[in-house]
Design a protein around this ligand. Structure first.
Ligand SMILES: Cc1cc2nc3c(=O)[nH]c(=O)nc-3n(C[C@H](O)[C@H](O)[C@H](O)COP(=O)(O)O)c2cc1C
Length: 183
């Protein structure tokens, strides 16, 4: 049975939850998957048939631990079916939610020596109450600039969970050697 490693980098837990949704959806398609933080040294990527990395954007950047992981395991990542997804708020805009149109995913792929066949982007969540005062002010300013919600009581999950499940189906295709993404 194919086994997939789902590694996440998450500050407020959404990228982890997306990885867990991928895991559940893969299980429903008969593909076993393990979820682990990208900084968890116990997860041995060599022991898996496919690797998926998911990371959120904070202040314009993915966690540097993601690129560290890629550099460290580059040969391994290049030798197996693999995928990457980014989670950010810019992707809440329909004109910024694809591999071709999301600026963070594009920039990440322009900088990464690893070019996974499957690349995805999902809209994140906005939950002002969970942020510290500085981050809250900063996000309110960013949202004001982008015509997004600035009310400090706003709690919105923009994630398209159907798109997450569609991505899971593509990962299953990769891991089992079937489907368009594995070609
Ligand atoms: C302090 C902070 C800074 C953020 N900066 C950005 C940003 O620069 N661009 C963006 O599109 N989203 C930004 N976001 C939105 C996050 O990417 C979004 O909340 C995502 O759901 C976080 O996922 P996580 O819980 O896995 O970390 C930011 C969020 C926070 C809390």
């Amino acid at each position: 049975m194919a086994k997939v490693l789902l590694l996440y980098s998450s500050v407020y837990g959404l990228s982890r939850r997306i990885s867990e949704r991928l895991q559940a959806h893969l299980a429903s398609q008969g593909v076993a998957a393990e979820v682990a933080a990208i900084t968890d040294a116990a997860a041995d990527p060599a022991a898996f048939d496919a690797i998926v990395v998911g990371a959120s954007i904070r202040h314009g950047k993915h966690n540097p631990a993601v690129m560290d992981f890629i550099r460290k395991h580059l040969a391994l990542l290049q030798s197996k079916p693999s995928a990457f997804f980014s989670v950010n708020l810019v992707a809440r805009k329909p004109t910024r939610n694809t591999r071709q149109t999301n600026p963070y995913l594009r920039r990440f792929m322009a900088q990464s020596p690893w070019q996974p066949k499957l690349q995805g982007v999902f809209a994140g969540e906005l939950d002002y109450a969970r942020y510290g005062p500085l981050d809250r002010r900063m996000m309110q300013f960013v949202m004001w600039l982008n015509k997004g919600p600035t009310d400090p009581t706003t709690k919105v999950e923009f994630t398209d969970w159907k798109a997450v499940e569609g991505f899971a189906a593509e990962v299953a295709g990769l891991a089992t050697g079937q489907g368009a993404a594995s070609a």
